[in-house]
Design a protein around this ligand. Structure first.
Ligand code: 4AD
Ligand code: MG
Length: 520
């Protein structure tokens, strides 16, 4: 009690009051500081939507209830101006957050210049160029708060499970995931690579601490623009001594269940803001199907159905629906455009129609993208060559059939990394596991059980044309107390993208780095 009073006193003294705390201050006078997210005037009233990072609330300045000067200032506030205001907290269920503030005093901290991001629809390149400002929008705010909850719950899960967080270096001397996408840099005159994965170091640390996880930035030179690839992303990599592939899969499932549960429990507001239909997140709390590579291939090629659904036939059906939707949208856009061209429409109506057309055109773009993609998915699914790695479109094809992540394990060893253990009963297969997220998202986790046999590893290192001397330290782990062990890597941005159902991974990280994008 005492400490609560002191806290309130401190808050008053330093005016550290946030919008999310308003419910505790009903009927009281508070001071808030923030930015103008919106302003609208109506006879003798100025409505300000104030944004302070913790939330948004409507603040009303009424002529006569504040000084003339303050009222005049309120009427001139531009979008994103910084202000401080004092007022009384009033409950109003119709408002965002359920409360509004009746302003008694207002101070302008800075009157903003015309904000480049207006309320109208902008193109993605424009928004990306203005990422430093775009972050302030409600949608971006919500996504990145969900990202924060995910990060926090990842630490909670592993710490509760007795894992130790250990950091792997960012400058590395050897490749972990093949040499094709390494970023080379200069390390005092010698080449060094930015880390592609902390795994090899994770294995060494697991032999010292039993169960560890790394959580760090990861770099891959992916010279193509896809909606799944970043050049810099964050990866969580647990590594566990004495775990086999099956225990690894149990852990992945418990871990993802935990994170999804936390997001559902703590981010309802944010999920609503981004209009995320959470039914697939709820259904993902059940057991994840575990398919061997062979089973996954049969499903992709349409040789095996899932819950009565066939991959190829369901895609063909969807293509027909998409085509119908496109025809419908095109007709409606044409009709509205024709009406706009006629004289006599009121200004409000014109605006309404123009906005409606812009929204429909965006929708149309999505459908047109599906119309381009679906036939390609069908083609590549039909022609999938047994023995190949799954490509992005194969992952899309299989995961659209499930309402829960699926795990694919036991892969042809040729397509997987050098460090994976072979299935002792069938050495054609390596004990890797990929977790594919539903709704077409595809791979979010890659991992597996590690090879413990030094000779096998040496052969694989040669086969992958990797410089043996750089791996001697890693091979030491097989000479001194080698034990069965396993681990995995979760791409944070891939998880955020799926949980928020984003179209592209670029919105899942504050400042994305990808092919063609280094600024801001
Ligand atoms: O499947 P990957 O390549 O696995 C590894 O790096 C292992 N060494 C992990 C381990 O076992 N410790 O990458 C793991 C995950 C992928 O499943 C994906 O989620 C993410 O990292 N990822 C990317 N995310 C965004 N952009 C990229 N370019 C990514 N490449 C991989
Ligand atoms: Mg992978």
């Amino acid at each position: 009690m005492q400490s609560k009073l002191i806290l309130q006193f401190i808050k008053k003294k330093y005016l550290k009051m946030y919008i999310k705390e308003l419910p505790a201050y009903e009927g009281k006078e508070v001071t808030l500081r923030g930015w103008v997210a919106n302003r609208r005037d109506s006879k003798g009233l100025v409505f300000i939507n104030l944004r302070d990072g913790s939330g948004v609330c409507q603040c009303i300045a009424e002529a006569g209830k504040i000084s003339e000067n303050d009222f005049e200032q309120a009427g001139k506030l531009s979008l994103e101006s910084a202000i401080e205001l004092t007022g009384t907290v009033v409950k109003d269920e119709r408002q965002i957050g359920g409360y509004e503030v009746h302003v008694s005093k207002l101070t302008v901290i800075q009157l903003a210049e015309e904000f480049p991001i207006a309320k109208k629809e902008h193109g993605i390149e424009f928004l990306m160029d203005n990422r430093h400002l775009w972050l302030r929008s409600q949608r971006q705010w919500a996504i990145l708060r969900i990202r924060n909850t995910i990060i926090y719950s990842i630490h909670q899960f592993f710490q509760k499970e007795g894992f130790v967080q250990m950091d792997a270096p960012v400058f590395t001397g050897n490749a972990c995931e093949g040499t094709t996408n390494l970023f080379e840099t200069d390390f005092y005159g010698s080449p060094a690579y930015l880390s592609q994965s902390g795994q090899l170091y994770g294995e060494a640390m697991a032999m010292a601490f039993g169960k560890i996880y790394t959580f760090g930035p990861t770099f891959r030179a992916e010279k193509s623009k896809t909606r799944r690839h970043l050049s810099e992303f964050w990866m969580i990599e647990p590594e566990m001594a004495f775990y086999d592939i099956h225990q690894n899969m149990d852990l992945i499932e418990d871990f993802l269940h935990y994170v999804i549960r936390q997001v559902l429990d703590n981010c309802q507001n944010e999920l609503k803001l981004i209009e995320r239909d959470t039914s697939v997140l709820e259904s993902s709390l059940k057991k994840f199907p575990r398919l061997t590579y062979d089973e996954a291939v049969a499903i992709i090629k349409g040789e095996k159905d899932v819950n009565g659904q066939n991959s190829i036939r369901s895609l063909e059906k969807e293509l027909a629906e998409v085509e119908a939707k496109i025809t419908e949208l095109e007709a409606e856009i044409a009709e509205r455009e024709a009406r706009l061209a006629e004289p006599g429409m009121k200004k409000g109506e014109i605006n309404f129609n123009q906005n409606k057309i812009a929204t429909m055109k965006n929708e149309l773009k999505d459908y047109e993208e599906s119309r381009r993609n679906i036939p390609q998915w069908i083609e590549s699914a039909k022609n999938f060559q047994y023995g190949n790695d799954l490509g992005g479109s194969d992952e899309t094809v299989i995961t659209r059939l499930f309402d829960v992540p699926v795990m694919v394990y036991d892969w042809p060893h040729e397509v997987k990394a050098f460090y994976l253990k072979r299935n002792p009963d069938n050495p054609r297969f390596a004990r890797g596991v990929d977790v594919l997220a539903p709704e077409g998202y595809g791979e979010i986790v890659g991992g597996g059980e590690r090879e413990t046999n030094e000779q096998m590893l040496r052969e694989k290192i040669i086969e992958h044309q990797l410089p043996m001397q750089d791996f001697e330290w890693y091979l030491d782990l097989r000479r001194y107390g080698s034990v069965p062990h396993a681990g995995f890597g979760l791409g944070l941005e891939r998880l955020v993208t799926w949980l928020c159902k984003l179209k592209h991974v670029r919105e899942s990280i504050p400042f994305p780095r990808m092919y063609g994008r280094l600024l801001p």
